[in-house]
Design a protein around this ligand. Structure first.
Ligand code: 4AD
Ligand code: MG
Length: 432
């Protein structure tokens, strides 16, 4: 008898198979028990009929506790009434691991309770669906960049430099020196782009941000492409193609997860249409002011109500271009004709999910960059390797960073970024 994963049920209809599974829920009458099972790949129903299995197995099935681990044996059948489409007619049951008083019951629990039990909460069908969407976004990311001529480069996690400002660094001892956990691999990816042309990274980044919002994590994963000989407009095209590709692949490959999450496919489909709208920072400020946001002046950074308003003015993700130099990092390319703005773009997701991409063209002039490093109060000795990139064949280049968890949150249509990563690190939470 073959052991299978229930996700492959289609290939085994009519066969008797064995599956390792846990009991998610159950109900029974005098003659028949319905087990809601999960084997890690999907949730499915197991049916135990007393007259077929005998009294002993039937009593065992009837009295199973939630999260008992089992080896079930039975025949795979089509089941047109369930979302999943297949069930197993159980002929044999073996308990592998008992479970008593499982803390997460089918009733409602508060978020703090669920977060304290994240190691168990991950087993629930909604969390399972979100992780499938996350996995698909990761898979499609590799596919997109591989097929577009990028090579994956892994920047270090322990670093001596701070690309995104020094206020939210995690500092640690590195023998007798100080080191920081990476906020962004960008500076290293710029070195890599000068070595390999088109590169991308995918790795964890850390920000000691004292923000307690539904968009902020302390530890999050970023995809950071960097492209040599490329200007902003071409980079925006890569960005919109990449994001549309992610949406299309989630639509194509995450049917079951989208059903579980109740995500409207028609809404997602709109995000595969290119191009995405572009609006300048200047026009965005004007749009906000005209619509009653009198708290925004030219020069201010946008908060989430502002981003949400701008996003709602369009039906797709939107690029906001060329922010004030004063609110952006030191490495961005200055505008050719305006002193006060830099060549950059943020992509804002629709439906109030906020900024999912930050990117820019990079300053390529050695003297200008050195000046900026000093003006930002950074130690130029720590950046001498970075400045080298402007000494030996400096070329126009551009790159961006997509926040994985915000993208997962958005495409899953869930409320809060904390459910988009298996074990979220939040302000005041590092357990479990
Ligand atoms: O806009 P950010 O700070 O850009 C950079 O780090 C650049 N160095 C990227 C580059 O050009 N290579 O961050 C990029 C993205 C944001 O748009 C957002 O999606 C995500 O990272 N992000 C966060 N996600 C969750 N929690 C946080 N605290 C985040 N901070 C940024
Ligand atoms: Mg940003």
């Amino acid at each position: 008898m073959e052991s299978i994963q229930i996700l492959d049920a289609k290939k085994h209809v009519g066969e008797t198979v064995q599956i390792g599974a846990w009991v998610a829920n159950k109900r029974s009458s005098g003659k028949i028990a319905f087990l809601q099972l999960r084997d890690g790949t999907a949730y499915f129903q197991g049916i135990v009929v007393k007259s077929e299995v005998g009294e002993e197995v039937f009593q065992l099935a009837k009295n199973l506790n939630q999260e008992t681990a089992l080896l079930v044996t039975g025949e795979i059948r089509e089941d047109s009434r369930s979302k999943f489409g297949y069930e197993i007619g159980i002929s044999g049951l073996e308990v592998v691991g008992e479970s008593h008083d499982y803390p997460i019951t089918p009733k409602e629990h508060g978020t703090d309770f669920l977060m304290d039990h994240r190691h168990l909460w991950l087993r629930s069908s909604k969390q399972h669906a979100i992780m499938q969407i996350r996995n698909e976004i990761i898979r499609a990311t590799y596919e997109f960049f591989n097929k577009n001529g990028f090579i994956k480069i892994d920047p270090p996690i322990l670093t001596g430099s701070a690309p995104e400002g020094t206020t939210d660094l995690f500092e640690t001892n590195y023998f007798d020196q100080k080191a920081y956990l990476s906020q962004s691999g960008q500076l290293y990816m710029e070195a890599a782009a000068m070595a390999f042309g088109k590169v991308f990274s995918f790795g964890p980044t850390f920000r000691a941000e004292k923000s307690k919002t539904r968009r902020h994590l302390i530890e999050f994963w970023m995809i950071e492409p960097e492209m040599a000989f490329m200007h902003q407009e071409e980079s925006l095209e890569v960005q919109e193609q990449y994001v549309a590709f992610l949406v299309q692949n989630v639509l194509d490959n995450c049917d079951y997860a989208l059903d579980v999450l109740g995500r409207d496919r028609e809404v997602l489909k709109k995000y595969t249409k290119l191009p995405f709208p572009r609006i300048s920072y200047d026009d965005a400020v004007e749009l906000l002011q005209k619509n009653g946001f009198d708290d925004i002046q030219w020069g201010d950074d946008f908060g989430s109500p502002h981003e949400t308003f701008i996003a709602n003015s369009f039906d797709q993700p939107v690029f906001i271009l060329n922010y004030p130099k004063a609110i952006k990092p030191f490495y961005m390319k200055p505008h050719p004709t305006r002193e006060d703005v830099v060549i950059c773009a943020d992509m804002i997701a629709p439906e109030g999910y906020g900024e999912i991409i930050g990117g820019s063209e990079r300053a390529i002039d050695h003297e200008y960059l050195l000046e900026q490093i000093r003006a930002h109060g950074l130690d130029e000795n720590e950046y001498s390797w970075y400045l080298d990139l402007r000494k030996y064949g400096s070329v126009p280049h551009t790159g961006f960073g997509l926040g994985l968890e915000r993208t997962v949150t958005w495409l899953s249509g869930i409320e809060h970024v904390r459910e988009s990563i298996p074990f979220p690190r939040l302000l005041n939470r590092i357990y479990p």
